[in-house]
Structure formats: structure tokens, C-alpha cells
Design a protein around this ligand. Structure first.
Ligand SMILES: C[S@@+](CC[C@H](N)C(=O)[O-])C[C@H]1O[C@@H](n2cnc3c(N)ncnc32)[C@H](O)[C@@H]1O
Length: 278
């Protein structure tokens, strides 16, 4: 039996920025404004939310243990024979993908900006009798002296890219982290999806490039009164060509591009998955 272990981030500098409070930043540069806002948001009642939505770490672990591969849903086929492989789960959230990957034999490191997510993820790993590493920090600040060419696979899914205003810099970092011959599995919300409202009206904002305020993904799980206290996230949405070109420009070879229907089988593009090789 393994024990879940926490890795120590590179937290060395504290600074107070624009009334947001103490901001922790690794290295000598300051965390960028977008990441500061999103860290504050993703540390607001996240642990509580995961317990509401996914159950306690023990309950979630029992579900994952029944069939770890099933937790990977539409991406299962990308993870055949991953024993001993090093997988980096970028923005890996509460560990619900990292833990099944670890149970399937991979050596998994989650990178995510939220301490609250880390708490749930490490408890989840512990309850599932497996181990993951969890590095809390901004992806822009990953310690490249430690992680360059470190991973066989990088896995990202479900609402990640909009947290990175500089998508080319972000993709360059992903490229650095992967070994030669390694693969990138990048899945996210389809850019067309945001142009269709929930009542199927056309929302003409596809080419907007501005950084904008948005609701934290789980805000509407709380009652209206409580929702008023939720901090906003800061997001920049990308077009499909911006996403695909960032992958190509960073040096990856694009191998496959898939589009997925909605979670209720809606006949519109909800998500996409890019498979690329270094
Ligand atoms: C919507 S989740 C994506 C993962 C998963 N699909 C989910 O829904 O839980 C986005 C994750 O990105 C993390 N995040 C946001 N900005 C980040 C940054 N600059 N560096 C690292 N992680 C970040 C958040 O803490 C959150 O866990």
C-alpha cells in the first residue's frame, strides 16, 4: 500500500497585490494578475464543493476503485498500458483523473493552483490506497529545471485553456515538460460551444480576445445568497485556430483532432480532444 504524498511547491515570496491579499509566488517573478485572481477563486470553498458534488474522498475512491478506467470516460483508449509511465496532469483539479491513472500503474503528478483541490486530491489518493504527487502553483511557474523532458504523457481536460491568456507561452511550457516521443492529450470545451447559449441562441463572441470576468465553475451549486460572495475567475477564450496553431507552433506534431457531442448527446460540438506528439 502506498501513502499519498504532498510535494512542496516553490513558495518563497509573499506580496500583497491590489487588495487581493497575500499572494504566494515561486521564483523571483510575480504571479500574473490572471493567475492571482484564479487562485483566489479556485481556493474558495472548492474542498466543500468536491464533497458536495463527488462525495467524500472515501466515497469517491470507492467509486473509482470499482473500475478505474471508467473514470477516464471518452479518453480511456489513450491510456492503454501506462504502467510505470510518468503522467503530468495539468490543472488536474481534485484528482479524479489522476487517481485512476495512478491505480492503472502510472506515476502521476498533478499541477494545479488550488490548495483546496490538493487537499481533496491527496485524501482521494489515500482512500484509494494509491499515491500521486500534487504540486500547487501556477503552470507558468513550473520548475523547468526539475521537470523538463520529464513526462511520457501530459493530460489536460475540461476547462483549462481559458485560464492562460498567453496560450503560446503555456503551450511552450507543455512542450518542455514532455519527453521526446511523448504525447500530449489536450481536451477542452469546444470554442463553438460558447457561441450557443443554453436556450440555443446564437452568441456572437467567437473572436473576442479580451480577458474577461466569469463565474467560477461550481458557483451555481450554492444557494443564491451565498453565490454573491463568490470571487470571479479571469478568463480569455480562444478560437479553434488559435488553439491548434499554438500546438503546432510550440513544436508538437498534431496526430489527431476529435470533436465530441454534448454530455446528453446534443448534436453540437461540446468538447474537443487533440492528440499530439513531441
Ligand atoms: C475546470 S478545472 C479543469 C479540471 C477538471 N476538468 C475539472 O473540471 O475539475 C480548472 C483547474 O485549473 C486550475 N487552474 C486555474 N488556473 C491555473 C494556473 N494558472 N495554474 C495552475 N492551475 C490553474 C484550477 O485550480 C482548476 O483546478
Amino acid at each position: 500500500m502506498h501513502k499519498a504524498r504532498a510535494s512542496i511547491g516553490q513558495i518563497v515570496v509573499k506580496k500583497r497585490i491590489r487588495g487581493i491579499g497575500l499572494v504566494y509566488k515561486g521564483g523571483t517573478n510575480l504571479m500574473n494578475d490572471q493567475s492571482i485572481i484564479n487562485k483566489r477563486a479556485w481556493e474558495y470553498r472548492a474542498y466543500e464543493f468536491w464533497n458536495i458534488r463527488d462525495g467524500t474522498p472515501m466515497e469517491k475512491a470507492k467509486e473509482i476503485l470499482k473500475d478505474p478506467k471508467a473514470s477516464l470516460k471518452k479518453h480511456q483508449h489513450h491510456f492503454e498500458s501506462i504502467e510505470e509511465m510518468k503522467i503530468g496532469n495539468i490543472c488536474g483539479s481534485n484528482g479524479r483523473k489522476a487517481v485512476p491513472l495512478s491505480l492503472l500503474g502510472a506515476d502521476v503528478t498533478v499541477f494545479d493552483i488550488s490548495e483546496e483541490n490538493k487537499k481533496y486530491a491527496l485524501e482521494l489518493a489515500d482512500c484509494a490506497n494509491t499515491s500521486i504527487d500534487f504540486i500547487v502553483g501556477d503552470i507558468y511557474d513550473i520548475d523547468l529545471s526539475k521537470y523538463t523532458e520529464h513526462f511520457d504523457i501530459l493530460y489536460l481536460e475540461g476547462g483549462v485553456l481559458h485560464y492562460f491568456n498567453d496560450i503560446n507561452k503555456f503551450m511552450d511550457i507543455l512542450f518542455s515538460l514532455i519527453k521526446l516521443g511523448g504525447k500530449l492529450i489536450l481536451s477542452d470545451f469546444h470554442p463553438l460551444k460558447r457561441c450557443i447559449s443554453s436556450d440555443f441562441k446564437y452568441v456572437p463572441e467567437y473572436f473576442d480576445k479580451n480577458l474577461q470576468k466569469g463565474d467560477l465553475a461550481y458557483k451555481n451549486y450554492f444557494d443564491e445568497q451565498e453565490q454573491q460572495d463568490f470571487p470571479d475567475v479571469s478568463v480569455r477564450f480562444f478560437t479553434l485556430s488559435e488553439i491548434i496553431n499554438s500546438v503546432i507552433k510550440s513544436g508538437f506534431t498534431l496526430q489527431q483532432f476529435d470533436e465530441h457531442r454534448g454530455w446528453n448527446n446534443e448534436n453540437i460540438p461540446f468538447e474537443f480532444t487533440i492528440l499530439a506528439k513531441k
